[in-house]
Ligand binder design. Structure first.
Ligand code: NDP
Length: 250
């Protein structure tokens, strides 16, 4: 049995939205477990390059690639580039995401289109493209949200709809790809301390009040769930969601 540190040795992963927050922790975790990792960013080249440089200095194989998840061509190009430059593609993690906390009456068509393009269409396109080149036994993991199961606050209709769409996408893909042993799963974080949802932000108190364990998760805790689903041990888990939310939804 291989040690956890080398569970992913010889594997190649692509992580979308890996420059900051949860995605950056996933990049670090998968690379530390032995995978070669390409990751995307949209607008933070300095953060992305610093992460790649740090992990490369630690002896990991890591590639930072600019690709806006809202652009279908960029998604397809980055899947091809990751596969070409790292010599395959075994694991896709869709982590790039944006949020919108706005009263329903004020949500514009442009905001709807942008959020759905980044949070849902990009996941579909990346999974479609990756599954064409992935070997049997591959892994597709997307970062959803615990809000897909229960939404206790107003102003998050569009974001919640996008994350709930990922449940259907995950189940459908799990059926489509199961005959090849490719597993498709969601990790649904709850409140996690990142730029998107800082633990000391104005929205933190109502979140903490809703949790059984009133504490924001660290991005590394979410990455631990992703690494488990990516590991050989999890080969029988597909079409499901692992919720890591401190009991927010119980
Ligand atoms: P952050 O805002 O802290 O980081 C977002 C990351 O996604 C950055 O790396 C950013 O890149 C990248 N990104 C954003 N838009 C695009 C785009 N159009 N194309 C490519 N990359 C993009 O978010 P979190 O780390 O908090 O969130 C990560 C995921 O987890 C999201 O899907 C989010 O919805 C989900 N989530 C987060 C929760 C939380 O409490 N934090 C709770 C539940 C779910 P760049 O640096 O270039 O901007």
């Amino acid at each position: 049995m291989s040690q956890p540190q080398s569970r992913l040795a010889g594997k190649v992963a692509l992580v979308t939205g890996g420059s900051r927050g949860i995605g950056a922790a996933i990049v670090e975790r998968l690379a530390t477990e032995g995978a070669a990792v390409a990751f995307t960013y949209a607008a933070s080249p300095d953060r992305a390059n610093a992460l790649a440089a740090k992990l490369t200095a630690d002896g990991r194989r890591v590639l930072a690639l600019q690709a806006d998840s809202g652009d279908p061509q960029a998604i397809l190009a980055v899947v091809a580039r990751a596969q070409g430059e790292l010599g395959g593609l075994d694991i896709l993690v869709n982590s790039a995401g944006i949020t919108l906390h706005t009263p329903i009456a004020e949500v514009s068509v442009a905001e709807y289109d942008r959020l759905m393009a980044v949070n849902v269409r990009a996941v579909f396109l990346a999974a479609q493209a990756a599954s064409k080149v992935m070997p049997d036994g591959g892994r597709i993991i997307s970062i959803g949200s615990n809000l897909a199961d229960r939404i206790p606050f107003p102003g998050l209709t569009l974001y919640t709809a996008s994350k709930t769409a990922l449940i259907g996408l995950t189940r459908g893909l799990a059926r489509d790809l199961g005959s090849r042993g490719i597993t498709v799963n969601l990790v649904q974080p709850g409140s996690t301390d990142t730029d998107m949802n800082p633990a000391d932000g104005p929205m933190a108190p109502p979140q903490l009040a809703t949790m059984a364990i009133p504490r924001f998760a660290t991005p590394a805790e979410i990455a631990g769930g992703v690494a488990y689903l990516a590991s050989p041990e999890a080969r029988g888990i597909t079409g499901t969601a692992l919720t890591i939310d401190g009991g927010f939804n119980i």
